[in-house]
Design a protein around this ligand. Structure first.
Ligand code: GLN
Length: 527
């Protein structure tokens, strides 16, 4: 197994995750099988209980793990599926070590950060890399992204562990890519000092970068590269200029142009393979039309809706349609503005804030025949809206929100659950599709599909019959659990209890998103 460790210097938010994912894509384009591990040095066991407004979207993996959004980037860029083992946190490491201590596994020993914590980190990285299988087989290369910035107290045990891994590796089996900031001063001159300092901090920990990726607003020219090369002991060809790309999916291409592929294959002693251009052809496909979609949100932070944005982009690209997003605050939603857009998307969410605005937006979409897609909470609120305004249950509401007639109620297995971490209905579950419905058309006749879930509530089984009698069609089910809804005589009114956005890939757009974008395009009002 070959490891590419990616660290970050100077500050967070430099696009380390996109760089790691792009490195994966570059190698995959050359026929290598690549997997990835994300290290998050926080004490939480996983991202499930974290506020998305601070950390961005909680991504859900196939096995139900609630993880950092970078894992979503890995899955999309590399077209792979990873598991809980691929997101290592301080919380998980310490919990495992402390459990072992209580069990008596370290009997007689003093349990310490070095070697016990660092050994556990190395074990978990290696077992994630070695146990993972793609449809083509085990990985040739594992990318390990260390979250945070070099110098953070929390990252120290992880950096110490990767330092040890380096020492234990054969030549060519371990390289370090350091992503750093190369800012420009007011005169437009690029400054290398922050990079020098962060490389110095790495060296003090016994880590020496093989490749430096400099994030900069301006292209890093030969003169600056030479300086970085001299100060940081990295050959000039391994100093890579990474300016902000117009589209993150173009980043692998930009890094290729800088010669990163040659440097990686040389340093990792990989055979040189001719790269496939399929990815580049796909992500640079021309748009021939443009639509505007309103996303009715509770948070004004776009990173919270990362996978949704990407899924719209995947569907749009494959239909040569640019999807322009209009972010709308659910608490200030206006029918007049909603009537101007080509489609409305109601995302998932928790809690009561903005609920009435979202219900109003769904009503507007239903009555004015604007294409609508509802995801998870969006699905539940479409049930509430239908119950209130079509089925004659004016006080219909979800049990999550408060008193009223509970058309949405807690999942039976969740009753009495007091822990909030990792206890929802999470991950991949099958959904049976009803023949002859829009869902059947969208999923191209598949009788059973698989999608990812993250919810605690569901359609109240006692309400299904009355809603169906009034014309609501549940076209996807898992036993008596309602998974997809639609209505007749509408260009596109489709909502899912699951999150189709998590399985969407540039190479394989999500079917519900494809259906939605196609309907928006067909009904298009905006220019
Ligand atoms: N809050 C709702 C539930 O728990 C919806 C969850 C979501 O949108 N992810 O069922």
């Amino acid at each position: 197994m070959k490891y590419i460790v990616v660290t970050g210097g100077v500050m967070s938010g430099l696009g380390k995750g996109i760089t790691a994912a792009s490195i994966g894509r570059i190698l995959k384009n050359r026929g290598y099988i690549v997997t990835a591990v994300k290290i998050d040095p926080y004490l939480n066991i996983d991202a499930g209980t974290m506020n998305p407004a601070q950390h961005g979207e909680v991504f859900v993996l196939r096995d139900g793990a609630e993880v950092d959004l970078d894992l979503g980037n890995y899955e999309r860029f590399m077209d792979i599926e990873v598991t809980s083992a691929h997101n290592i946190t301080t919380g998980k490491i310490y919990r495992t070590v402390i459990d072992k201590e209580r069990h008596g596994d370290y009997l007689g020993e003093t349990v310490q950060i070095i070697p016990h914590i660092t050994d556990m980190i190395k074990n978990q990285i290696r077992s994630a890399a070695l146990n993972w299988r793609s449809s083509e087989g085990p990985a040739d290369v594992c990318i390990v992204e260390v979250g945070g910035t070099v110098g953070d107290i929390e990252s120290m045990p992880f950096l110490e562990a990767v330092r040890q891994m380096h020492g234990e590796s054969e030549p060519g089996d371990f390289i370090l890519v350091h992503v750093t900031l190369v800012p420009a001063d007011t005169m437009g001159d690029l400054k290398t000092k922050p990079t020098q300092h962060s490389v110095k901090a790495l060296r003090e920990l016994g880590l020496y970068p093989d490749v430096i990726v400099g994030r900069s607003d301006l292209p890093i020219g030969a003169h600056t590269k030479k300086k970085i090369s001299a100060f940081c002991d990295v050959p000039q060809r391994a100093v890579i200029s990474a300016t902000t790309a117009p589209d993150t999916y173009h980043v692998p291409m930009e890094l290729e142009k800088e010669g990163l592929a040659e440097v990686l294959t040389e340093f990792l002693r990989l055979e040189v393979h001719t790269p496939s251009n399929d990815w580049y052809r796909l992500v640079t496909k021309e748009y021939t039309s443009r639509i505007t979609v309103a996303i009715v949100t509770k948070y004004g932070v776009e990173d919270v809706y990362m996978s949704i944005k990407e899924a719209l982009k995947h569907a749009g690209r494959s239909l040569s349609t640019e999807v322009n997003i209009r972010w709308m605050d659910a608490e200030n939603c206006d029918d007049t503005i909603l009537s101007e857009v080509d489609g409305i998307l109601i995302p998932g969410g928790f809690g009561t804030r903005g609920i009435e605005g979202k219900i109003q937006a769904i009503r507007c979409a239903r009555e004015k025949k604007i294409p609508l897609i509802g995801l998870c909470l969006g699905f539940q609120l479409a049930v509430v809206e239908f119950a209130r305004h079509v089925a004659g249950i004016p006080d219909a509401i979800s049990a999550e929100m408060g008193p009223g007639t509970h058309v949405i109620k807690i999942l039976p297995e969740q009753e009495g659950e007091t822990d909030l971490g990792g206890t929802m209905r999470l991950g991949d579950f099958p959904v049976m599709i009803t023949p002859g419905t829009l869902a059947d058309e969208i999923y191209q006749g598949a009788s059973e599909i698989t999608e990812r879930h993250r919810h605690r509530y569901e359609v109240n089984p006692d309400c299904i019959e009355i809603l169906e009698d009034k014309g609501l069609i549940f076209s996807g089910k898992n036993g008596n659990r309602m998974e997809i809804l639609e209505i007749k005589d509408h260009p596109f009114f489709f909502a899912t209890q699951f999150h189709p956005e998590f399985r969407s890939r540039p190479t394989r757009p999500s079917p519900p998103f494809l259906g939605f974008v196609a309907a928006c395009k067909a009904e298009k009002k905006t220019s």
